[in-house]
Write a new protein. Sequence first.
Length: 89
Amino acid sequence: MNQHQSHQSYETTVILVSGMTCGGCANAVTRILSRIPGVAKATVDIKTGYATIEGTATSADLVAAVEMAGYGAADIDAGVKEGGPHGRH
């Protein structure tokens, strides 16, 4: 087999980002996530606060990068995916 990995081997990770107040914040978080090694694609929905990341980066790396930029972040897979986040603030 070829040693190149296809995009089909990417995992999808969803994290909850807090502290975004505008489209500029969402764009900044998207840029931050896109720069992490192993991230193939990152999208941020400011309305829901969810960031969806495709690639091989770990959720711990994704959360840490967002937090270092001054936003709150939580791994949805470690919490609740359906029904939205529960108030832990």
